[in-house]
Design a protein around this ligand. Structure first.
Ligand SMILES: *[C@@H]1O[C@H](CO)[C@@H](O)[C@H](O)[C@H]1NC(C)=O
Length: 342
């Protein structure tokens, strides 16, 4: 949470933009909320100590303004042809309305801006971009999500781009970006089943992302090889970072497996077998490279210098982070136990 009054104000207007957008009952209101949200996120991104933020915010502004004007144009067309207050309908234009929203949330064929914008931002803004900024567009998408060729194409390309794009990446921001694109695809699949599935997936995904960002932020590590050279205190951090990464990859003993499990089961019940198989194969591919990174860092590349700097002594952040971390370690077991007790 920022401690600067301007930033607090901007955070509040950003959140109210999201709330306006998801609670409005006409498309104009939804558009207005998205615009308030965008206009308060842009100044939040800027930081005069880091020149790359300017580039990122400019790119983000251009892309999002393009998506907004596209959305506004389609809404005007819809008002002229149909009426103003229906948000869900059966016609072809659901596909056209979904396109700018997918662009805003960074789903696959429209993801090209996402990695380069993320690369120039501070960790807190990365966190906001990966979680909060996806909320409003995805709720709006949920009004139109149906099982058709368009949605399946988006879901499949998102998971494929997320899996293939993450290969051989060493920048943690890039890895998190591709994992975010991938999870957007899975969240759209969850949205196809129903909204509650999406809420569950989104909550768990946001918590895991928040844990990773909280662990990385105090150390300012941007690349995987920086985490390999750590002294004694930071071994905890290394362990927590890689296990949370594996949790995001959906490896069974961790919490990240729970939403994946539920989505797989629900999609098979609903006869979406082909698309489900492709998604599972792609997630295997990602697990391979996540495991490759964490295996070498856990077992082989462990260097321990004689001197010791303690970063985490008496730190509240450490308590908070380890709480989130243990949540990600234990809650799958707790959830399955609760289901078995009932
Ligand atoms: C994509 O999401 C699935 C389901 O949570 C996961 O198994 C897979 O490892 C993820 N891939 C990436 C790149 O994060």
């Amino acid at each position: 949470m920022p401690n600067n009054p301007t930033k607090i104000l901007l955070m509040l207007t950003m959140m109210s933009g999201i709330l306006i957008s998801i609670s409005s009952n006409s498309w104009i209101g939804a558009w207005m909320g998205l615009e308030i949200n965008l206009m308060s996120f842009i100044p939040l991104m800027s930081n005069n100590k880091n020149i790359y933020t300017t580039e990122s915010s400019l790119k983000y502004f251009i892309i999002q303004a393009m998506a907004s004007s596209f959305l506004l144009f389609i809404i005007m067309m819809k008002v002229l042809m149909e009426d103003m207050f229906t948000m869900e309908n059966e016609s072809i234009n659901t596909m056209i309305i979904m396109t700018p929203l997918l662009l805003k949330s960074g789903a696959a064929p429209f993801h090209w801006w996402f990695p380069s914008v993320m690369e120039g931002m501070s960790w807190m803004n990365c966190l906001l971009l990966m979680t909060m900024q996806k909320m409003a567009p995805m709720v709006l998408i949920s009004y139109m999500m149906k099982m058709n060729t368009f949605s399946s194409t988006i879901i499949l390309t998102s998971t494929i781009v997320g899996a293939v794009g993450g290969l051989n990446q060493l920048s943690i921001r890039k890895i998190l970006t591709y994992s975010s694109i991938n999870h957007t695809g899975w969240m759209l699949a969850a949205l196809m089943i129903n909204e509650n599935m999406w809420i569950m997936y989104f909550t768990i995904y946001s918590m895991l992302t928040m844990t990773i960002v909280m662990i990385i932020k105090p150390f300012n590590t941007s690349f995987i090889n920086q985490t390999l050279l750590m002294n004694k205190e930071m071994i905890t951090m290394k362990f927590m970072m890689f296990t949370t990464l594996l949790s995001m990859g959906g490896l069974p003993p961790f919490m990240g497996f729970l939403p994946k499990w539920i989505i797989i089961q629900m999609m098979i019940i609903n006869n979406m077998n082909t698309i489900m198989t492709t998604m599972v194969i792609m997630s295997l591919m990602t697990l391979y490279f996540y495991l490759r990174i964490s295996y070498s860092s856990f077992l082989m590349l462990h260097i321990e210098p004689k001197w010791n700097i303690s970063y985490y002594k008496n730190n509240n952040l450490m308590k908070y982070t380890s709480m989130m971390f243990s949540l990600s370690m234990l809650s799958l077991m707790i959830c399955t136990m609760m289901i078995n007790i009932y």
